[in-house]
Design a protein around this ligand. Structure first.
Ligand code: DAH
Length: 330
């Protein structure tokens, strides 16, 4: 018995104490054996024997409770010690992150148009046929749909191939006048030096209900924008085709690498194509229920701008996440 008392107070862990508890208070424990002796004791001595034993049992129990409380507290302290977290410790604060070159270029583009009083609109990346094609004067089976290799989803939806559907969504939700840009990711089944399956565009749309917009308005703002982005460049408009604009144009800047003399980047033409634009086709206004309005629109690829601004030769490099490339843009 004495020996067990010492064991209780000396137990170093909850597990050790539990073993002692079973040895002492368990069904076949020391105390149970002592109580079993009662039946062999003469009746006259039974009472005092039992009293003595109960007192002893009480003492042992108090001793046990005390040890239990002490060990539980110790357990908590041990956990707190082992899980200590020093929030005042710090690592390499000198390694700053930076914007990805595509996002940085996007921000610069957005900044220009915000300064020119455009607001920024957003739309879903999973689109339907109506917003991505039909309402933009690209009827089913129209050959112009071939210009954009589309990823189709199983439910008839598709990944938007351009940011032009945001034009449609905005016109369906708002009344003219409208003056918006729509930046965002777009998707096409394409992969080579200058194409990736996901890339970014900025779409622009201006619609007026009073006074007609002219091609001159469009020409002015895009020329000013391109000089803001690329510095002192020449800008030219070439007739082209887009289903959602009539007339349509593609816009070139004089090559920023050879200043127009001809080099590999501009395929020795002296010019770099940078965006598409035009006067909004009446069929687009019809699709959204607009009457007696006029407008212009434009669209550009952000990666193309980033590649030219930073002389990045392969578009795919921008999306490989190689830190050696990204660290050059810090
Ligand atoms: N949506 C066209 C594309 O992805 C870009 C574009 C061209 C947008 C002319 C326009 C536009 O709004 O007027 O290739």
């Amino acid at each position: 018995m004495k020996e067990l008392e010492a064991k209780i107070s000396q137990a170093g862990s909850l597990e050790e104490l539990e073993k002692v508890r079973i040895e002492l208070f368990g069904k076949r424990g020391v105390l149970a054996l002592e109580f079993a002796k009662l039946k062999d004791i003469p009746n006259s001595e039974k009472k005092s024997f039992a009293e003595g034993l109960n007192r002893k049992k009480g003492e042992l129990q108090r001793l046990y409770e005390k040890a239990l409380a002490r060990l539980k507290e110790k357990r908590i302290e041990d956990i707190l010690k082992s899980e200590i977290l020093d929030v005042s410790l710090y690592g390499n604060l000198d390694r700053k992150g930076a914007l990805h070159p595509v996002m940085e270029t996007m921000d610069r583009i957005i900044e220009y148009f915000i300064a020119m009083n455009f607001s920024v609109e957003d739309g879903p990346k999973i689109e339907d046929d109506f917003h991505n094609f039909e309402a933009l004067n690209l009827p089913k089976n129209h050959p112009a749909r071939d210009m954009q290799d589309t990823f189709f989803c199983r439910d008839g939806k598709l990944l938007r191939t351009h940011t032009s559907p945001v034009q449609i969504r905005t016109m369906l939700e708002q009344k003219p006048p409208i003056r918006i840009i729509a930046p965002g990711a777009v998707f096409r089944k394409d992969y080579d030096l200058t194409h990736t399956p996901m890339f970014h565009q900025v779409e622009g749309l201006v619609v007026q209900d009073k006074g007609e917009v002219s091609f001159a308005n469009l020409k002015y703002i895009l020329s000013d924008f391109l000089q803001y982005m690329f510095g002192d460049v020449e800008v030219r408009f070439r007739p082209s085709f887009f289903p959602f604009t009539e007339p349509s144009a593609e816009v070139d800047i004089s090559c920023i690498f050879c200043r127009g003399d001809g080099c590999r980047v501009c395929s020795h033409t002296g010019w770099l194509e940078v965006l598409g634009c035009g006067i909004v086709d009446p069929n687009v206004f019809k699709a959204v229920g607009y009457k007696d309005v006029s407008g212009y629109a434009f669209g550009l690829g952000v990666e193309r701008f980033a590649m030219l601004l930073h002389r990045i030769p392969d578009l795919r490099m921008l999306f490989e996440g190689d830190l050696r490339l990204l660290e050059q843009f810090r």
